[in-house]
Each structure stands twice: as C-alpha cells, then as structure tokens.
Design a protein. Structure first.
Length: 134
C-alpha cells in the first residue's frame, strides 16, 4: 500500500543521505532489512516501524539519545524509546504502542534529527503532509 511504500522510501533515503559514501555498514543494512520485513507483514504499523527504524539508525550513526534527553518524553514514551534502543533488534519490533505515544515519538525524532543532523528527507515530508494529516 501507499503508506508502506512511502515509509520504505524514507528508510532508504535516510540511509543514503546519512551514511558515508562507499562505506558499507552492515548494522544499517540489517536494520533496513528488518524494517522492510516488518513493513511487509499483514498487520504492519508503518508509523511505529518508522519510529523504531529512526531511533535505531540514529544509534548506529552515533546519535543515540541519552536518558536525560529521553526524559523529556512522557513515562510511556520514555520507556518505549529505551526498549527500542536497548532490546535486540528482533525484539525491538515486537513493541506495541498507542497512537498517542507513536505521535510523541515521531515528534521527538523529527526534532532530534533536525537538531543533530543537517538532513532533510523529502520522503518524510510526504509522510507528514499526506499520511499524518489524514
């Protein structure tokens, strides 16, 4: 479906823009593979998968949000982010969250990327403009 395709595009675009050219990163590629597999499942939640992908990829890049920064989130958002960042990759995708907390994580991640990295993702703009407003 359209949402799955846009999120997959966003993941690929972020990896393309953030990784140093011609320097393969097996962890980033494994994260991309697991994220795409999760998106392709029947009961996939693209927004939550997006949060997991972005938090884990920020960690791979060396931009892992520390506990103090994560404490700006609600207790549930904070716990979810810690779980996503500290669990083995396969288990991180098993989390379930209410849309209120997914929205909270999305806002946090967007601001965090804007602050720490000079990257603008065209596909994320599509997500915000077309998917999150409907």
């Amino acid at each position: 479906d359209f949402a799955t395709a846009v999120y997959a595009s966003c993941f690929a675009e972020f990896i393309d823009k953030a990784l140093i050219e011609k320097v393969p990163d097996n962890n980033a590629l494994l994260l991309l593979l697991k994220s795409l597999q999760k998106l392709s499942k029947e009961n996939a939640e693209p927004r939550l998968t997006g949060c997991i992908f972005h938090l884990r990829f920020l960690d791979i890049l060396g931009y892992r949000p520390d506990d103090e920064i994560l404490s700006s989130l609600s207790a549930t958002g904070h716990s979810a982010a810690l779980y996503i960042l500290s669990s083995p990759l396969n288990k991180a995708f098993n989390i379930s969250l209410d849309t209120v907390y997914i929205s909270e994580l999305e806002t946090f991640i967007e601001k965090y990327i804007d602050y720490h990295m000079d990257i603008k993702l065209k596909s994320y703009k599509i997500i915000k403009d077309l998917l999150l407003t409907n």
